[in-house]
Design a protein around this ligand. Structure first.
Ligand code: HSE
Length: 396
C-alpha cells in the first residue's frame, strides 16, 4: 500500500481523488501497490463522501511516516513552496501541477529531491494532460532541440477561440473559462501571459539546461489583440495565438519570450483551438514534431499528476536530474534577435513600400497591413518612427 497526501482540494485536487479512485485496478496492475489518498489538506470542509480524510494542519502530513508521496495542488508559491520543500526534506516525493512554484524554485527543489534520492515531479505544470515534459526529457536524447514554440495556456486559447469564432466578448469568454475550471485564481495571470511565461521557462529549463526566472523574460498577454488584425490575417491563412517561444540564436544564446504571434495554417499551432495546448519543436534528427492535447481542466490535469504518482511509486531513487542554475549572460536581448513582424499602420501602401522594400503587403483598405522581412525589433521601431502604427504582432 502506498499512502499519499493531497494538499488542496480545488479543480486539480478533486480530479486527482477521482482518477485515483476510478483507476484503482489499473494503478495496482501498473505498480503492484494499492494507492490510497490518506489525507487531504483543506482550509474548510467540502460536501464529499471522504470527509474523514480532511485535515487542517500540514504538520500532520509532514510527521506522518506512512505518507511517502505528497501531491501539491494548492497553487501559488506560499504556502506551497514551504510545504513542498519541507516534504522533500522529510524524504517524501512530491508531485505538483504548480507552474509558478516550478518556474521559480524548480532548481532548488529538484536538487533537494536529488540529495534525498527521491522525486520532484511536475508533468501537469505544463500543458495539462500533454506529456510534453516527459517527451522533451525522455524521448529526444538523440536530438538537439533548436526551438520550441507552444500554446501553453488553455484559458487564453479558449478566450481567443470564442472571441474569434463565436464573436463572444472578452468578459463572457473569460467567465466561461473560469466556470470550466481553466483559469487561474487570478485570471490576469492567464490573460497577461504570466502563466505561459512560467511554462515556457520550465520547458526551456529542461531543454537548454539552465534555470530561467520568469521575471527576466519579456511577457505580453492577449489584452491588445485586435479583432481587426485577426480578420485581416484570416484572409492570408494566418491566426494570432499566445505563444511561449524559446530558441537558440546564431551566437548560441537563448532567445525566450511570451507574446501573441501570427501562425500560418500549415501547422498544429494554427489548428489548436479552445482549451487545447500545443507545443511544436524543431530538432536536428527528428525534425519538426509536436505535442497536442487538453491544457487545463480537472481530469486532464489529474491525468498527468497521477502518471507522475505512478512513476514515483515505481522509481528506485531520483529519476530526473536537476537542471543547472541561472546563467543570465546566456540569455539574448530579444530586441536584437531578427524575426518577422505583422504590422498594421494607418499610412498608405506606397509609404510602406518605400520604407520596407521587401515587405509583403497583405491588406490595403482603411489601414495597410504587411509582413516584414526578418528584422530586429530595435530596427523595426526605428523604421516605424514616422508611421501611425495600429498594431505590431510577431510572426513565428
Ligand atoms: N490557467 C491555466 C491554463 C491552467 O488556462 O492553461 C493550466 O495550467
Amino acid at each position: 500500500m502506498v499512502k499519499i497526501a493531497l494538499l488542496g482540494h480545488g479543480v486539480v485536487g478533486t480530479g486527482v481523488v477521482k482518477v485515483i479512485k476510478n483507476k484503482a485496478d489499473q494503478l495496482f496492475e501498473l505498480t503492484g501497490e494499492q494507492i490510497e489518498v490518506k489525507s487531504v489538506l483543506v482550509r474548510h470542509d467540502y460536501d464529499v463522501d471522504y470527509k474523514e480524510k480532511f485535515i487542517y494542519s500540514f504538520d500532520e502530513i509532514l510527521n506522518d511516516e506512512e505518507i511517502s508521496i505528497v501531491v501539491e495542488a494548492i497553487g501559488g508559491t506560499e504556502p506551497a513552496y514551504r510545504y513542498v520543500k519541507s516534504a522533500l526534506l522529510a524524504g517524501k516525493s512530491v508531485v505538483t501541477s504548480n507552474k509558478e512554484l516550478v518556474a521559480k524554485h524548480g532548481f532548488e527543489l529538484m536538487n533537494i529531491a536529488d540529495e534525498k534520492n527521491i522525486n520532484f515531479m511536475f508533468e501537469a505544470a505544463v500543458g495539462g494532460a500533454i506529456p510534453v515534459i516527459h517527451g522533451v526529457r525522455n524521448c529526444l536524447k538523440a536530438n538537439k532541440v533548436h526551438s520550441i514554440a507552444g500554446i501553453l495556456n488553455g484559458t487564453t486559447n479558449y478566450i481567443l477561440t470564442k472571441m474569434i469564432d463565436e464573436k463572444q466578448s472578452f468578459d463572457v469568454a473569460l467567465k466561461a473559462a473560469q466556470e470550466l475550471g481553466y483559469a487561474e485564481a487570478d485570471p490576469s495571470a492567464d490573460v497577461d501571459g504570466i502563466d505561459t511565461c512560467r511554462k515556457i521557462c520550465i520547458l526551456a529549463d529542461i531543454i537548454y539546461g539552465n534555470h530561467i526566472l520568469p521575471e527576466n523574460v519579456y511577457t505580453e498577454g492577449i489584452r491588445n489583440v485586435r479583432i481587426e488584425d485577426v480578420d485581416i490575417l484570416k484572409l492570408v491563412g494566418g491566426a494570432i495565438k499566445l505563444l511561449g517561444v524559446a530558441k537558440r540564436t546564431e551566437d548560441n544564446k537563448l532567445f525566450i519570450m511570451t507574446a501573441p504571434h501570427v501562425v500560418f495554417n500549415q501547422g498544429i499551432l494554427y489548428a489548436a483551438n479552445d482549451v487545447f495546448n500545443a507545443a511544436q519543436l524543431e530538432t536536428d534528427n527528428a525534425g519538426l514534431m509536436a505535442f497536442y492535447g487538453r491544457g487545463a481542466g480537472s481530469l486532464p490535469t489529474a491525468s498527468a499528476v497521477v502518471n507522475d504518482i505512478v512513476e514515483c511509486v515505481c522509481a528506485d531513487g531520483t529519476i530526473y536530474p536537476a537542471w543547472e542554475d541561472e546563467k543570465p549572460e546566456n540569455v539574448a536581448d530579444y530586441k536584437d534577435v531578427p524575426m518577422q513582424f505583422y504590422v498594421n499602420v494607418s499610412d498608405k501602401a506606397d509609404k510602406v513600400e518605400n520604407a520596407f522594400e521587401t515587405a509583403e503587403i497583405i491588406y490595403i483598405k482603411e489601414s495597410t497591413a504587411f509582413i516584414t522581412e526578418k528584422i530586429t525589433e530595435n530596427r523595426l521601431n526605428e523604421k516605424l518612427k514616422d508611421f501611425t502604427v495600429n498594431s505590431i504582432v510577431r510572426v513565428l
